[in-house]
Ligand binder design. Structure first.
Ligand code: GLP
Length: 245
């Protein structure tokens, strides 16, 4: 089942997403949180950090597992998702660093992928998975393809993804082209999914992914088959689905 929450702004989207994550932590302090990177969750992480500093939420028992990471990047490289997570969330809340997991960009790929799936299994699965969506419908770095990849794997990024992510890099040349990502199985096995999306440029893909055909050509469309998905989007991102929700 998919619920849609339309907000007036990116900020309202972020507050509502942070509130859902906070409720999860209050109800189950030892929750396993699946986390995403990109621009979409920045506001959410900022509210979570603020509410932690105000004593409203506590991450001491929480565990986190990130969706993806570039391949062949050192964790202290500013472009890495390790760096992003540390900067935007982990360094600001009381989560135990030993309880935070991000795909290893330094190990041999097959071993890193296998190990990641075993970690998710050992943690007992993901309680709440936070997702963004790419312009081409990717979730994590599961790119459009003729088949869905089940498990954590290494992907060659789509040209449009490389172009979209180049805004985080100093020059397009340094943009990384390969990544490790959780597979569709790990995402779909999360007990709850929270997808956040904002901006007019995502309106088309929101309509296609959630009200179009379920197809590996739009990886996020598979979320239509999940039983507990909340999509929070600002009015620009939801502009093409106003009639459906
Ligand atoms: C990136 C990430 C995804 C993210 C998506 C959207 O490439 N790997 O996890 O959800 O693309 O990013 P943004 O929120 O910046 O639009």
């Amino acid at each position: 089942m998919m619920d849609f929450i339309c907000t007036q702004s990116y900020d309202e989207m972020s507050i509502k997403a942070a509130a859902i994550i906070s409720a999860q932590l209050i109800n189950k302090p030892a929750s396993v949180l699946g986390l995403a990177t990109g621009s979409s969750p920045l506001g959410t992480y900022s509210y979570l950090s603020e509410w932690y500093s105000q004593g409203i939420i506590d991450f001491s028992q929480a565990k986190s597992i990130n969706l993806d990471e570039y391949a062949d990047i050192s964790p202290d490289n500013k472009q890495s998702y390790h760096y992003y997570m540390h900067k935007n969330l982990f360094s600001k809340v009381n989560i135990n660093p030993d309880n935070t997991y991000i795909p290893s960009s330094e190990k041999e790929v097959a071993a890193a992928c296998f190990e990641y799936d075993s970690i998710i299994e050992r943690l007992g699965g993901i309680d709440l998975m936070l997702l963004g969506i790419g312009h081409n419908g990717h979730i994590g770095f599961n790119e459009p393809s003729d088949r869905l990849e089940k498990n954590t794997h290494c992907v060659e990024l789509a040209k449009s993804t490389i172009a979209a992510n180049s805004r985080f890099f100093s020059s397009a040349d340094t943009v990384l082209t390969k990544a490790l990502t959780m597979g569709i199985k790990q995402i779909m096995q999360a007990r709850k999914i929270l997808l956040i999306v904002s901006g007019k440029d995502k309106a088309k893909i929101v309509e296609k992914a959630f009200f179009g055909d379920i197809t590996p050509l739009v990886p996020a469309s598979v979320l239509q088959l999940h039983q507990n998905v909340t999509v929070i989007g600002d009015k620009e991102a939801f502009s093409k689905i106003a009639n459906y929700i």
